[in-house]
Design a protein around this ligand. Sequence first.
Ligand code: AMP
Length: 407
Amino acid sequence: MLVLVVNAGSSSLKCQLIQTDGKQSLMKALAERVGTPDASMKVAFAPDMEWRPVPVPEGADVPGCLSILLDRMESDPASPIRSVEQIQAIGNRVVAGGEYFTESVLIDEDGLQKIDECSTLAPLHNPAAVACIRLLQERLPDTPQTAVFDTAFHTTMPPKAYMYPLPMRYYTDLHIRRYGAHGTSHRYAAAQAARLLDRDIRDLGLITCHLGNGGSITAVNGGVSIDTTMGLTPLEGLMMGTRSGSIDPAIVTYVMRHDGIGFDEMESILNKESGILGVSGISGDMREVMAAADDGNELAQLAIDMYVFKVQKAIGSFYAIMRRTDAVVMTAGIGENSAELREKVFDGLAHMGMILDKEKNKVVGEIGVNRIVSVDDSPIAICIVTTDEEMRIARETDAICEAQAKG
Ligand code: AMP
């Protein structure tokens, strides 16, 4: 099935055209800083997949960029399709599904309204997704569209995990609770680890670690999420590239009063100027910070030490609430690629029975090949699962459309 995957953010748009039968990507596109004077867009087509610039007219918004991309897919001689009518289904990544959506769905009008209602939970992302879905409905009215939610996997969390210790009216009136995120990644990592261990996922206790620019860790008991580090928004939990993760909430009011800053500025500091970037003062990109630490930069080293410490504490706290722990699963940019960081994390966790095989850990894995990097008799296995979010959304969309066709 030929599936267009659309991942719309507040000021960015990522798309891929995926042939799910051959698991092949035929087109990739990325628009960034949309809505600013520095807006840019680029597209790449198979087989060479070389980036080509796409002009973005002044004032174009995220759906506007999508529309330009659809035109380009029809007009560029390098494009693998001549008409967007050839697209058989569209898979949309949706950040917040609130309490409505426990799994990915085929989008109908009722579903779209509910996604719109959830905009209060993801004010930067959901409105962009809704606008793109509507644009595609107009342009390709007969093409089925699915919504794949970041939050759906975590709807199995019990109230003791998802409630905040706040006055109950905030839950009943404002729906303030923990929803988690990176759900498709944690679900995929857990399923792949079960396959790797050759065990039924229903019998397994897994701690899945999505460590990328954003980061979250999930306790997966018998295949279902029982707790995760992200909360109402993706700001809670681990220290991340530019996000603070969990801090004493009193810091927020203290800084706002002391510096006389408003809500937007405070939110921007916590989301864009904190985390690894904030501490190191160098970058939110782990590779750059590791290189600086190697050159003797002490703040870079501190940022790495703090990052590792928080990952260790999260794994330890989830170990405490699991019925059993069979494996820790590492995925996303840092989790998959940094042998050094994995070694630092698991150096501190051997006493819990997570024993890394340092040689296996150093072997550079191939993209798409999952592997076990713990010693053979480690009581708890350590797995690496390589992930491709767009491919997962495409395959999920294919499965939903297939199930629908079978009735
Ligand atoms: P993601 O958001 O999953 O694309 O992950 C991006 C993060 O992964 C960035 O902080 C990268 O610096 C980091 N990353 C990717 N490859 C490596 C590597 N080999 N070593 C350390 N960090 C890496």
